[in-house]
Design a protein around this ligand. Structure first.
Ligand SMILES: [Zn+2]
Length: 640
């Protein structure tokens, strides 16, 4: 998730009442409309689009906001050199946070105007101006951190309201260097103090990596109808999942063969990133890049090592998964290119939006009446939270994005399929997390850490899946839903942990002075696939270069949080489903906690300790149970 906001994407309470929302033409929400990705955005009724008015009434108001922001930045700079006086510091922080909130609105408005129609030069301009305003504020406010670090913490009561912000800065005071060294590190691209998510700041190595990928000579393959088609990075996923084994084999062989041809260049860009990460960590006195980048988010390296260790101890469900594929697909040798085609056919059941509005509140009922009431408010399109349907130039995918005490904005590309329903549950999880933290926290602590962001979303997905399985009318439908859950566990828990271990080994090589060559990376990756998938997977010669096209290795220890997020989500969902209202309330407390405590402490309060293996074990057990449930249903069907 790339969010382009300072201090995350915290959110919302002032819901625009339906009565005052802009008059929306025609059809009743969710009925009688057929989603069409080729439709012009202007042809989609406004009733299905979000309402940006709570941010800015229109583009003219946005422009006024930009002017006000530039003036505020000029006033802010006047505080330079004066922050040792607590009264002055207080005034400065008040102005800084007011300006930051305005800036969050600007960058969000610009981005939301852009993603609806990416071909509109107007939208591009608004997005660029919003991002520039964000960048300018970060630059102009840089003096605050430098001065705060240099003055002692006197515990002055006038600063109480800003203590969480000041304490968070001071937490890493021992890693601040003298002014000259700081100046040099800034010139070298220091990112350990950036206030936006690090994955949003591409290094020159990442840019070079994307440059190589863009020019990757991908071959022409033959599709299911035997027609020639040029493989691209965007159609790769589709052909890799083809039900036709020849097609998926050609797709994977085509990409991996092309990566093989560039493996030395791609090894060099990755080695550059690893050395850069290690350099910036060591310059600030950290032993490892892992310690430095996790400390940025106040996470102990023990969490990372615990994840890898717990997965190593729980690889059996993944080995069983390969065996299940072998049996269901009826092929003796499972290859990497066999892992993405659906194990069972889609049942073709549709979930038009008006059904989603009934199904989701039912499925999320275990979260309690207050949660469900807010969910229903968000799902009512008249309230303007959701931009529901696809159109020709709309950005693909989905997200939830928010600004303090304005309702969340959820982008969907809803085609009425189960995936869309599940994605809606996921994004509404983020949206409600933002809504609750925004409602219950002051602005200073309203934004939640990226590290815990994927918990609220996965809890909702799990509750939805269980609710639909319990209500499924046929075995085919049950199998389809269980397979969906199984794939999300496989790709999020196991595949991302494999990546996380690879990233750790690559950084460790940089730290130990081991040359990071293509041979080294290939051998490391090959060893990991063999270990994770077990002897049931037949490894082909080029499988070892799969690492070479994964952008996340340039995100500075980011992707492990997918696996820890889903593990924690599974553990918490099981607690909520136990019917123990105390566990539910602890979870709702986590959703309302924003960043009022360090992320691990907030999670611990909710009942999950990620320095221990329990959550990963819960996820592995769920995978094991899902495989067993599928086997039972498959055996029943075979006996029919
Ligand atoms: Zn998410």
């Amino acid at each position: 998730m790339r969010s382009y906001a300072i201090g995350g994407f915290a959110i919302a309470i002032s819901i625009v009442p339906a009565a005052t929302a802009a008059a929306a033409p025609a059809p009743a929400a969710g009925t009688g409309f057929t989603p069409d990705g080729n439709m012009a955005r202007s042809a989609v009724p406004d009733a299905y689009k979000w309402r940006l008015a709570p941010l800015f009434a229109d583009d003219a108001a946005f422009a006024q906001g930009l002017t006000a922001q530039a003036e505020a930045r000029a006033r802010l700079k006047a505080y330079t050199g004066r922050l040792a006086d607590p009264a002055v510091l207080r005034d400065c922080l008040t102005l800084y946070f007011d300006t930051r909130l305005l800036t969050n609105k600007l960058s969000l408005y610009g981005n939301l105007r852009y993603v609806g129609d990416m071909t509109s030069t107007e939208g591009q301009g608004l997005r660029d101006r919003g991002l520039a305003a964000l960048n300018d504020l970060m630059t102009d406010a840089g003096f605050i951190r430098q001065e705060v670090m240099a003055i002692p913490d006197t515990g002055d009561p006038r600063l109480k309201e800003y203590d969480p912000y000041l304490d968070e800065m001071r937490r890493r005071r021992s890693h601040v260097l003298d002014a000259e060294a700081e100046r040099v590190l800034a010139l070298a691209g220091d990112n350990l103090w950036a206030e936006i998510d690090l994955n949003e700041i591409p290094s020159d190595y990442e840019k070079a990596f994307h440059g190589i990928l863009t020019g990757l000579p991908l071959p022409v393959i033959r599709d299911e109808k035997n027609e020639p088609v040029t493989l691209t990075l965007s159609n790769y996923g589709k052909y890799r999942a083809s039900a036709d084994r020849r097609v998926r084999k050609e797709a994977v062989a085509g990409l991996f063969g092309a990566l093989r041809g560039q493996e030395h260049g791609l090894a060099a860009t990755l080695a550059g990133q690893m050395h850069m990460d290690v350099f910036l960590a060591r310059a600030r006195g950290y032993d490892t890049a892992l310690a430095a980048y996790l400390d940025k988010d106040n996470i102990e390296p023990a969490v990372y090592r615990n994840l890898i260790g717990a997965i190593h101890d729980n690889l059996k469900p993944l080995h069983d998964y390969v065996a299940l594929r072998r049996e269901v697909m009826g092929i003796p040798d499972i290859h990497l290119y066999d892992l993405y085609t659906p194990l069972v056919p889609a049942v073709g059941r549709e979930y038009p939006y008006d059904q989603a509005r009934r199904v989701l509140p039912e499925a999320l009922a275990p979260l309690g009446p207050d949660y469900v009431a807010t969910l229903k408010t968000g799902l009512d399109l008249a309230n303007g939270w959701i931009d529901l349907y696809p159109s020709r130039a709309k950005e693909s995918g989905a997200f939830s994005s928010s600004v303090y005490r304005i309702h969340p904005f959820v982008k969907m590309n809803y085609y009425n399929e189960y995936d869309d329903l599940s994605t809606l549950a996921h994004e509404m999880g983020h949206a409600l997390h933002s809504y609750l933290s925004s409602a219950k926290q002051p602005y200073v602590t309203a934004n939640y850490a990226t590290f815990i962001a994927e918990i609220a979303s996965t809890v909702n997905e799990k509750l939805l899946s269980d609710s639909l399985v319990a209500r499924a009318a046929t075995d085919d439908e049950r199998l389809f839903l269980l397979n969906h859950l199984l794939e999300s566990l496989r790709t999020t828990i196991y595949r991302q942990t494999l990546f996380a271990e690879f990233e750790l080994l690559a950084h460790t090589a940089a730290e130990e002075g081991t040359p990071i060559t293509a041979d080294f990376l290939n051998a490391t990756y090959r060893r990991l696939i063999a270990r994770y998938y077990g002897p049931g997977l037949t490894i082909d010669a080029d499988d070892e270069v799969e690492w070479a096209y994964i952008p996340h290795f340039y995100y500075k220890y980011y992707l492990y949080s997918y696996a820890t997020g889903l593990s924690a989500g599974v553990a918490l969902a099981e607690g909520i489903q136990s019917g123990d209202s105390k566990q539910r309330d602890l979870y709702l407390g986590m959703l309302s906690a924003g960043s009022s405590k360090p992320p691990l402490a907030i999670l611990k309060d909710a009942g999950v300790d990620l320095t221990r293996p329990d959550a990963v074990v819960a996820a592995a057990r769920l995978m094991d149970r899902t495989i067993k449930d599928m086997r039972v249903i498959l055996a029943r069907k075979a006996g029919e």
